[in-house]
Design a protein around this ligand. Structure first.
Ligand code: AHR
Length: 619
């Protein structure tokens, strides 16, 4: 067979094609990317987070007391109305308040950890304590003295340095004198967060995401963005400012969101990895417009204020010091605007009258005030392709600039629908493929699923004039705490495991381009089923002057292809060949990179079950 490049048939394609979708699902945020080590630091866990299924899920979750220490949860003396629960600790005789973290606390020898908490005396007697990080056998690995001496809430912080490695440490406040104290926002944060940011991200996880070189980051969901009821909608204003004043809430995936990883941290992360921020806000309706099974949305009478919140978000991101929300961002320590260009309104919502009325209102208001911001609408859920009809009707009517499509399908679907976007009308809205992944029974992320995504990505590159962005979903999953599989990156407290799907995303992201060069692929075996299992695409990256050829071989046999570079290569040049290959069921694979010589019309062997990238410089 052969691939013949047609250098005169080129088109401009999106240079934002591959990005990431971040949602707090599978413990992606608290207990995951957000580096806080204390679980339930705010004592705000509540039975309702898990719909009453787990009786231990209450304000004392992860906490216990020992010896003469008695703890009750109180809501009367709160630091902030958004965070009412706090611990009232009655110290009769020596004892401790203990937290076991998220499945234990990982300590590394020589690393420093910042402890902080709010405390106040309840009966006027100064209380002395030691804060400690301890092994399961009680051995102390770090300790500092703490004195509670004020009758008003006071925040204190101390640095703890671990003297040894431990994967299952716990945190203790050991009380050495009697008295009664109130405690809240008890936090232990590693100081080696990603880029050293305060209230920052777990460095190893953030680095693996950064290594994807995502062109954009979508946040905070997914379903988390619109919640599963009007009262569960994610409101960005509740997630900025002092941690004790942020508004924690139930995560619809069955746990708790502290909002410690909030809008400022999301924007900061985008900036730190060089990705365009793509916040997605609810279109005034919750998941599938549901409120206890009924259709519903934010009441009409509250919509003006909700629309204002969305306008304020744009001002928060982009406004200068003369604007109310720009001033707030500056006060929070970020003088430079975040240069927000995109905003998603709605997530996979049913296109009902309730949705439509609210969406139209938000869209109009955003475009009126910020004509340069691209509004990304939603075309609803995808069931055998039929349900986009209403969504696209609305998109056409409103002449939306971009719509968000989602689908989770089998490898066969991705292989047989490579022409999905070939058929799209170029005069209509652009597409953000906001969620997609290839699903097999048992939901693995293996080479088979990854290569079916890779073959689809060659089609997305070919359609990069209509598909502006695409993000695999979901991004993160904590082992033992998944509500959804497959995911792109798995992790536990100690380590991070990438998947074949991750490697595919990375190969397409790192080796993306901004011009698509047409090519003609001819396979010797002219059987449709065989041809569908070979995917090719060629892009040109103007920044580097590189031509990048991608070949996906989903056949169980090697595929020999002559690459006719035509006028794109005169003689012979050095090139890089990066190959991801293995058995279809394999889950632990890395691409291999080698230097090759590339010349016109040479035959290259593409191994069975592989994605290959050939990259060379033209000038
Ligand atoms: O990615 C997981 C979920 O799938 C998202 O929260 C939702 O948008 C979709 O249904």
């Amino acid at each position: 067979g052969s691939i013949s490049l047609e250098p005169n048939r080129r088109k401009e394609i999106s240079d934002l094609l591959v990005g990431v979708f971040f949602e707090d699902i599978n413990y992606a945020a608290d207990g995951g990317l957000y580096a806080e080590l204390i679980q339930n630091r705010d004592f705000e866990y509540s039975l309702s987070d898990r719909e009453g299924r787990d009786k231990s899920w209450n304000a004392m979750h992860s906490w216990s007391s020992t010896g003469g220490v008695n703890v009750i949860i109180d809501t009367t003396h709160y630091i902030h109305i958004n965070n009412k629960h706090h611990a009232l600790v009655n110290v009769g005789s020596a004892g401790a308040l203990r937290n076991t973290g998220f499945d234990g606390i990982v300590l590394r020898k020589g690393q420093t950890y910042e402890f902080s908490c709010f405390s106040k005396l309840m009966n006027g007697k100064v209380v002395q304590a030691n804060v400690k990080l301890v092994r399961p056998n009680g051995e102390v690995l770090a300790t500092q003295k703490l004195s509670v001496s004020t009758v008003k809430w006071k925040q204190q912080s101390l640095v703890l340095k671990a003297t040894a490695d431990e994967d299952k440490a716990s945190f203790e406040i050991e009380f050495t004198t009697p008295g009664v104290v109130a405690l809240d926002m008890i936090s232990v944060f590693p100081q080696n967060t990603f880029k050293g940011r305060k209230n920052g991200l777990r460095a190893d996880l953030a680095n693996v995401i950064a290594d994807l070189h995502p062109r954009f980051i979508r946040f905070p969901g997914g379903c988390v963005a619109h919640g599963d009821g009007v009262h569960n909608i994610y409101h960005w204003k509740n997630t900025i400012g002092p941690l004790e004043a942020r508004k924690p809430q139930r995560n619809l995936w069955g746990y708790h969101q502290t909002a410690g990883l909030g809008y400022l941290e999301y924007f900061q992360f985008c900036e730190d990895v060089g990705a365009e921020p793509v916040p997605v806000v609810a279109a005034g309706v919750p998941c599938q417009n549901s409120v206890g099974g009924q259709q519903g949305g934010i009441p009409e009478s509250e919509m003006d204020s909700y629309v204002q919140d969305i306008l304020d978000l744009i001002e928060f991101a982009n406004g200068d010091g003369k604007t109310t929300w720009g001033k707030k961002r500056i006060a929070l320590g970020h003088p430079k605007p975040f240069n927000l260009k995109y905003i998603g309104i709605g997530n996979e919502d049913l296109i009902t009258d309730v949705f439509e009325a609210r969406f139209v209102k938000i869209h109009e208001a955003v475009k009126r005030k910020y004509p340069d911001i691209t509004v990304i609408g939603t075309v609803g859920p995808f069931y055998q392709g039929t349900d986009y009809v209403e969504g696209w009707k609305l998109a056409d009517q409103l002449r939306l600039e971009m719509v968000d499509e989602h689908y989770y399908e089998s490898p066969g679907w991705f292989i047989y629908n490579q022409d999905f976007y070939d058929r799209y009308d170029r005069s209509k809205s652009k597409v953000y493929l906001g969620e997609y992944a290839s699903h097999l029974p048992g939901r693995p992320n293996n080479l088979e699923t990854a290569l079916s995504e890779a073959i689809y990505l060659t089609a997305l590159e070919r359609n990069g004039d209509v598909v502006t962005m695409a993000s695999y979903a979901p991004l993160l999953a904590k082992e033992g705490h998944t509500q959804w599989n497959p995911d792109m990156i798995y992790f536990n407290n100690q380590s991070v495991t990438t998947t074949p799907g991750y490697e595919v995303q990375r190969m397409f992201s790192v080796h993306g381009g901004n011009e698509y060069i047409s090519s003609n692929t001819v396979i010797d075996h002219r059987d449709n089923a065989v041809m569908k299992r070979i995917g090719t695409s060629v892009v040109y990256d103007r920044k580097t002057g590189d031509v990048i050829i991608k070949v996906v071989n989903l056949l169980p046999v090697q595929c020999d292809l002559k690459i006719n570079l035509n006028e794109l290569l005169m003689g012979e040049v050095p090139a890089k060949l990066i190959t991801l290959t293995g058995e279809p069921g394999e889950k632990n694979l890395r691409p291999q990179e080698k230097d090759i010589r590339l010349s016109r019309d040479r035959v290259y062997a593409f191994p069975p079950y592989s994605l290959s990238v050939i990259r060379y410089r033209t000038s």
